[in-house]
Design a protein around this ligand. Structure first.
Ligand SMILES: Nc1ncnc2c1ncn2[C@@H]1O[C@H](COP(=O)(O)OP(=O)(O)OP(=O)(O)O)[C@@H](O)[C@H]1O
Ligand SMILES: [Mg+2]
Length: 266
């Protein structure tokens, strides 16, 4: 591509592509014609107010939700409306850290991390044990195989959920609010882990968050989803100098004037 500047994302292939995605629940329009390509090898942060459709967007990537209109592609393969069976090979390539890190509470930490390996790989028991130990060590939870999730703190649970999400060597990791509910130090441990996985496993990542410190630390590209569409897309500096007042308001964390007036009336 001769007309592409070096270092710009358009020179790199898209791993996930949304084309004109519409999604409503009843009369509520959540995604109103969203088109975006997530670049291979990059960490993209998706920001936006609560209830704006960030989790809904991620769920379209793994087939947990299907669009009302539009297409979703994984590389060149169209994946919206695939059956569960046809979606399975795609799901194996994607690690999903859910918003509420849903560990199986009745299983040990080791069994939680081994679960995707037992279900989706043909590794021997010894190889599974090795992989579980290695992934737990990567997230700083070595030798915790025999613990039960109930014995862990919130940050430790997130780390175990992350070890499980990366058990199958995914090409893409989706992080839905990885730092929510954690104190700033534990949050930063998760940020460092996201950066480390990016470097060590060379994974592509999409990080949904409203934690701005986390967003600026891990994001190579930042996208703001608001009002059913993408209102900003670029580097951290692009966002800081963005002209749209909604972008400025969002990234400086200021309350909306109308919300403040409403508060003062209470
Ligand atoms: N399965 C569903 N059925 C009905 N409505 C849904 C469903 N999933 C999401 N919604 C609605 O879609 C909107 C967007 O939800 P979503 O969970 O994507 O928000 P979000 O941006 O992730 O918010 P938060 O930052 O609070 O996690 C919300 O109003 C939500 O109630
Ligand atoms: Mg969400």
């Amino acid at each position: 591509m001769v007309d592409t500047l070096p270092g710009t994302s358009s020179a790199l292939p898209a791993l996930i592509r949304f084309e004109n995605i519409y999604k409503s629940f009843g009369s509520q329009v959540v995604l109103n014609g969203v088109s975006i390509a997530f670049t291979e090898g990059q960490t993209t942060v998706v920001l936006g107010p609560s209830g704006t459709g960030k989790s809904v967007l991620l769920k379209h990537i793994v087939g947990l939700l299907q669009p009302d209109a539009g297409q979703v592609y994984y590389r060149d393969e169209r994946i919206d409306h695939l059956s569960d069976r046809d979606m399975s090979p795609i799901r194996k390539k994607i690690g999903f850290l859910f918003q509420l890190s849903a560990l199986f509470d009745s299983m040990t930490v080791g069994d939680n991390v081994a679960f995707p390996l037992r279900t989706h790989s043909r590794l021997s028991k010894a190889d599974i044990d090795d992989r579980v130990a290695e992934r737990l060590a990567m997230v700083g939870m070595e030798n915790s195989e025999r613990k039960m999730p109930g014995e862990l703190s919130g940050g430790q649970r997130k780390r175990v959920a992350l070890a499980r999400a990366i058990a199958l060597n995914p090409e893409l990791v989706l992080y839905d609010e990885p730092t929510t509910g954690l104190d700033p130090i534990r949050s930063d441990v998760i940020n460092e882990l996201i950066l480390k996985l990016h470097e060590e496993l060379k994974v592509s990542a999409i990080v949904v968050t409203h934690d701005l410190a986390s967003a600026f630390k891990v994001g190579e590209r930042m996208v703001i989803l608001m009002g059913g569409g993408i209102i900003a897309d670029g580097s951290a500096d692009d966002l800081r100098s963005h002209r749209d007042p909604r972008v400025q308001q969002f990234i400086t964390g200021r309350a909306d004037e109308a919300d403040l007036r409403a508060l003062h009336r209470i």
